[in-house]
Write a protein that binds this ligand. Sequence first.
Ligand SMILES: [Ca+2]
Length: 116
Amino acid sequence: MKKIASLLIVISILCISSYAVFASGVTFYQDIQLSGPSTNDIPVGTWYLSDLQSKFGFQNDWASSVSISPGYKVDLYSDDKLGGTHWMLDQNDFNSRDFTNFGANDAVSSVKVSRK
Ligand SMILES: [Ca+2]
């Protein structure tokens, strides 16, 4: 019984650590401070609005904050297909948690996710 318990603990730790390894990219939120409805995890790539909407649950002119996995950065664009005003975020700080700080609130229409 004790062996089974320790085995379960080992399996749980492995699951949690592999989740941390594979859960990578960025996640957008409708509201500031990473609150409200959120997207799925968005991996490395150049993402136009149609893909953001169909694959990840992103909406146009909607995002107000973003969670960035360690080692990643995200470029935000006010127009589709990386057009319009451009902003770059590379860490979880007051700007990534509140787009009203730099004029990107409810304005993002396409993004590029990359490794730093
Ligand atoms: Ca919003």
